[in-house]
Design a protein around this ligand. Structure first.
Ligand SMILES: Nc1nc2c(ncn2[C@@H]2O[C@H](COP(=O)(O)OP(=O)(O)OP(=O)(O)O)[C@@H](O)[C@H]2O)c(=O)[nH]1
Length: 392
């Protein structure tokens, strides 16, 4: 089996292009800082392969150190990119040690004692050892059932297994010393074909993961209030409509909560202190409700809660609890607690959501008019503002 010189060139060029695609993706997805490392993990070995493909065995001996450097630094970049993707670092010294040992061996078997088989063996072993560096980082933690993450892991494990297997093949199966020109041999052709197919697959998964991660971040930014991290109005409406389909969570009550005289907090302690109070209030609200309840900030100092498995009486209990907690809470940014007015409205289905928002807001307005720091509830039976309760 003899390889075509075109094929020998197509593979490194293909790899270089894949590296450029990764770089271009990084240009768009700037937060994905692992992408340039992965791009280097493609481009540097591609240069090494191109160099090797163009040479006779005698030339390979003289250039082996340089080609080895390209392969080693490329593999280290790949390892660095994979650990960075998992939000971890990669220590430099194990990579330096592996790289130095490999290059030393390549120098010896290229310049001192020219033995192509030994060079191939040491380079394969160096590549396998370098690719092992991110093993712990890639395999640690669950994939959360994410098919892309699982696929990425599988690809990495196959890449590692292949690079280890290659060390065995090179050591015991392939008679390198009898191959007149390594880069025209069947071994080289299979190596290039396998590397190309694998490289394309790996790159597709990497890009898909990067795009998916960016979409997740954008979606989070779209759905959440940047100051408190709570749901914003848009996301609240969307998620509440879906949650209201779940009959197991009935009955529901909508709770509108607005801090009293918040302008005075800003005026007395400054806007930054006001921001900190809003963040703390958001935490208090989340602490006082169940996990499947929804808490949103609709803007300013107004918060909306959807309470499940809570009729008006249970919801009033929650509102009282929140008021009591806000009053006694120690806020770092201001002295003393804050008070809040609350308006409650029951609802039976998603179709009633918009109406219930208006009603809860109406009750909140009533609570403000009644002197603040109190709770108003729209009675479900009479659909009129019936219950009046003063808070803590
Ligand atoms: N620090 C801070 N203040 C905000 C934010 N959004 C709105 N505010 C302030 O909240 C205050 C709301 O003032 P008002 O609407 O008069 O309400 P209030 O002073 O709480 O009075 P009542 O609601 O009637 O009890 C304004 O001073 C806004 O500038 C924010 O994100 N951070």
């Amino acid at each position: 089996m003899h390889s075509s010189p075109y094929f020998e060139l197509i593979v490194p060029i293909g790899f270089g292009l894949l590296g450029i695609v990764l770089l271009a993706c990084w240009g768009v997805l700037r937060q994905q800082r692992f992408l340039p490392w992965m791009a280097a993990g493609y481009v540097l070995p591609a240069l090494g392969l191109a160099l090797q493909s163009a040479m006779s065995n005698a030339e390979l001996a003289r250039w082996s150190l340089f080609a080895g450097l390209l392969h080693m630094s490329g593999c280290w970049s790949l390892a660095r990119g994979l650990t960075m993707r998992r939000g971890q670092g990669l220590r430099l010294w194990p990579g330096l040690l592996i790289g130095a040992a490999t290059l030393l061996a390549l120098f010896h078997y290229g310049w001192v004692d020219d033995r192509i088989g030994q060079r191939a063996l040491w380079l394969s072993a160096g590549v396998a050892a370098m690719l092992m560096l991110p093993l712990g980082s890639v395999m640690r933690g669950g994939t959360g059932g994410d098919p892309l993450e699982r696929l990425l892991r599988i690809f990495y494990v196959v890449l590692l297994a292949y690079s280890v297997l290659r060390v065995g093949l090179v050591a015991w199966v392939i008679p390198f010393e009898e191959i007149p020109r390594l880069t025209r041999s069947g071994y080289w052709q299979v190596l290039l074909a396998g590397t190309l197919v694998f490289g394309i697959g790996f790159m597709c998964i990497l890009v898909a993961c990067a795009v998916r991660d960016v979409i997740r971040v954008l979606r989070k930014e779209r759905d959440h209030d940047s100051l408190t991290g709570l749901l914003n109005r848009r996301a609240f409406t969307e998620i509440a409509s879906a949650r209201l389909q779940d009959r197991r969570l009935a009955p529901w009550t909508l709770l509108a909560c607005d801090l009293d005289h918040f302008k005075q907090v800003n005026d007395a302690w400054g806007h930054a202190a006001g921001d900190q109070v809003l963040q703390t209030v958001a935490r208090v609200l989340l602490e006082q409700v169940r996990e499947d309840d929804l808490v949103a900030r609709f803007g300013g100092e107004e918060f909306i809660l959807l309470l499940g498995r809570a009729g008006p009486e249970a919801a009033v209990e929650v509102a009282r609890r929140i008021q009591a907690e806000l009053a006694r809470h120690h806020f770092d940014a201001i002295s003393g607690g804050v008070t809040a007015s609350m308006g409650l409205a029951p609802l039976a289905s998603a179709a009633e959501l918009q109406q219930a928002l208006v009603e809860a807001d109406g009750q909140l307005y009533e609570a403000k008019r009644a002197g603040r720091n109190c709770i108003r509830v729209l009675s479900p039976a009479t659909a009129s503002p019936a219950v009046e309760m003063h808070g803590a």
